[in-house]
Design a protein around this ligand. Sequence first.
Ligand SMILES: Nc1ncnc2c1ncn2[C@@H]1O[C@H](COP(=O)(O)OS(=O)(=O)O)[C@@H](OP(=O)(O)O)[C@H]1O
Ligand SMILES: Nc1ncnc2c1ncn2[C@@H]1O[C@H](COP(=O)(O)OP(=O)(O)O)[C@@H](O)[C@H]1O
Length: 198
Amino acid sequence: MTQTNITWHETTITKHDRCVQNGHRSCVLWFTGLSGSGKSTIANAVSNELYRQGISEYVLDGDNIRHGLNKDLGFSEHDRTENIRRIGEVAKLFVDSGKVVTTAFISPFHSDREQVRSLFAKGEFIEVFVDCPIEECERRDPKQLYAKARRGEIRDFTGIDSPYEAPEHPEITVRSDLISIEEAVVKVLDYLREKNIF
Ligand SMILES: Nc1ncnc2c1ncn2[C@@H]1O[C@H](COP(=O)(O)OS(=O)(=O)O)[C@@H](OP(=O)(O)O)[C@H]1O
Ligand SMILES: Nc1ncnc2c1ncn2[C@@H]1O[C@H](COP(=O)(O)OP(=O)(O)O)[C@@H](O)[C@H]1O
């Protein structure tokens, strides 16, 4: 349902004010990749390092959001699109609050990611493609979900019987089968410094 009779209220204190107070710009690092590619691991490691350096950060992680805000959603194409739409809106609020937000969602559909990108000012949405061959993700299988999907116990599993559309022009690509977690963190932080986020 489209809402009517709703007015947007500008706050007195703006995103700019909050960024000045924090001493850095805000943005979202949008990690995308197959299950087991390393999104959560790298997003968390990046956030830890940002925190250590005094940057105001926050992690939005797939499994956690699906326990609360999005617990009504499953893994159909429609539900994944709605999942990403809501998370995009939440990420926008966090960016407005002045934070460097890391998100770790498979976000398999190109159009959904581009829809989220369109919510942000230029340079605020940083797509991080955690690129890892499915064979390696399946070998890692940290939650034994590939094994279950292969046995037919999980339907619509990304990479098995549900598609993953790899980003065409991500701001950052991390080949998590070729570089270490530490090297991935350095790559992401170098990008943020190069773009004068902090
Ligand atoms: N069918 C199916 N396909 C993919 N993933 C599944 C599925 N069922 C459960 N899981 C678990 O849910 C996590 C993915 O949730 P996301 O919110 O990131 O997915 S999506 O962006 O809406 O596609 C995913 O987490 P990660 O392994 O961290 O990616 C899985 O643990
Ligand atoms: N270079 C790497 N980058 C990220 N994760 C790695 C790397 N090498 C091994 N791993 C392991 O792969 C697994 C990735 O799991 P996870 O971060 O939960 O992936 P995702 O969030 O994409 O599902 C973890 O057990 C992690 O320790």
